[in-house]
Design a binder for this molecule. Sequence first.
Ligand code: FAD
Ligand code: SIN
Length: 527
Amino acid sequence: MSHDVLIIGSGAAGLTAALVLAEKCRVLVLAKGALDGGSTAWAQGGIAAVLDEGDTFEDHIRDTMIAGSGLNRHETVEFVIEHAPEAIRRLADLGVPFNAEAGALHLTREGGHSHRRIVHVDDATGAAVQKALLQAAREHPNITLLPGRACIDLITGRHEQARYSGSGRVWGVYALDEASGTVEAHTARATILATGGAGRVYQFSTAPRGATGDGIAMAWRAGARVSNMEMMQFHPTCLYHLEVKNFLITEAVRGEGGRLINPRTGKRFMEFYDAERLELAPRDIVARAIDSEIKRFGLDFVHLDISHMPAGFVRSHFPNIYEKLLGLGIDMTKQPIPVVPAQHYTCGGILIDLAGRTDLPGLYAAGECTESGLHGANRLASNSLLECFVFGDAAARDILARWDSFDAPPAVRPWDESRVTDSDEEVVIKQNWTEIRRFMWNYVGIVRTDKRLERAAHRIKMLEGEVNDYYGHFRVSTDLIELRNLLQSADLIVQSARARHESRGLHYNLDYPQTDDAARDTVLTPR
Ligand code: FAD
Ligand code: SIN
């Protein structure tokens, strides 16, 4: 099947690009599982944008660079932040019902921000954004949405029917139809990866099940560079509950007065870690502080307490979290919430320029699967959805501007299943998946050492043989595709972490506690 433009991913980045492109060409959007199965629908806090008179672009830029420990690319930070108000306007035009007060958008506050600048829809901003984008995409005659397609690998020059031109040009993707089990080839003049992050490489993560780094792994295998994969963000406050494993308690709870308390001492502890910014210090600092309290006092969790605020205020600001917790027997207006840090966001990814272009001709990328230079060593809260809107738009506009230079795709070879059979040992997938997520949590988590990273690298080497052997012999399934990508992502994270001989932002290595004077990206190049 051939299309003008192929977009892999139906979250904020993919659908933003689709809506811009569809004004001029035919777009196919593929998604693994359901169309709203990515992180976008789960976003809580909101979207950062300078909209208040007392706030400035310079302040938002400075806050972003401070959180990112100077590893950010200044021109990207400027580009994104200056486009933020326009992105919010476009979303409002699509019908996203942002909270407003006295005729102006209500702005909440989150860690690392020197002003109130988070636009939101209660405490479930992502669900409202996903719904509005999907509705607009469904109504557009030039957009075809195909859920239930797990993309396996990019189609490049070497899959052409005719002789390999050696160009590395990307022509589309091989995708598993999850319902029928058949593999389809989708080709296009240009392809955009908008596949989200790799959070599920960790045992504890706030990200949805499908965040397995598929786009990053596909781009890497096709020959694109990736950058700063060691910068994995851990959100300080994920609910600690034996049955509910990955429910986020938005940073806005701290933004509106929530305090972190050591349940053993009954005292606030952030003053020992960041006396000035306390609970609203950037995420890396708060997550490390909680990790340190948990380890020092042998705790299972710490407390996040907002019960000192009026009950009506708490209920009206956090209606969804309030209801969810009440259902679990926790009344956040009266008692503290048990929380732990959990993996939350992939700051590194496929290296892109300001137009969303990757190293490979015909391949663009946008959103959490990329490293655009916005986040540096640590993402500032609520800058991520913003990046999706700005880069989804930028990639689409670049494709339209260069349309005449994109050739129609050639005939490509169909997926070859002649040497594989049905798997008889599904347990291998489950076992390896669990093993990766455990050692990544224990060895490549919030605090790292050379020895732990070496152990992780050793495990990855051992698993590579097993997973590649399995992949070479059995028909693909979504679980197998994800396992292969999870392992690839783990390898990229560990390689990057081992290459950085300093501690900066989210990468904290006890063997290199110093921060170097010059900030350098960790760029990995495929062989
Ligand atoms: P996603 O929304 O994750 O979408 C990925 C898409 O790719 C999906 O459609 C998926 O099906 C598809 N896909 C993946 N692999 C394949 C494959 N192999 N084949 C086909 N399709 C594939 N950020 C903020 O700025 N503000 C917030 O308040 C906020 N809150 C958050 C709360 C939670 C709980 C989480 C987990 C994240 C939060 N974030 C927040 C981060 C933000 O939600 C994400 O970074 C952002 O939504 C990513 O959007 P995306 O379009 O890049 O990818
Ligand atoms: C949150 O609501 O705390 C998440 C915000 C973000 O990830 O940017």
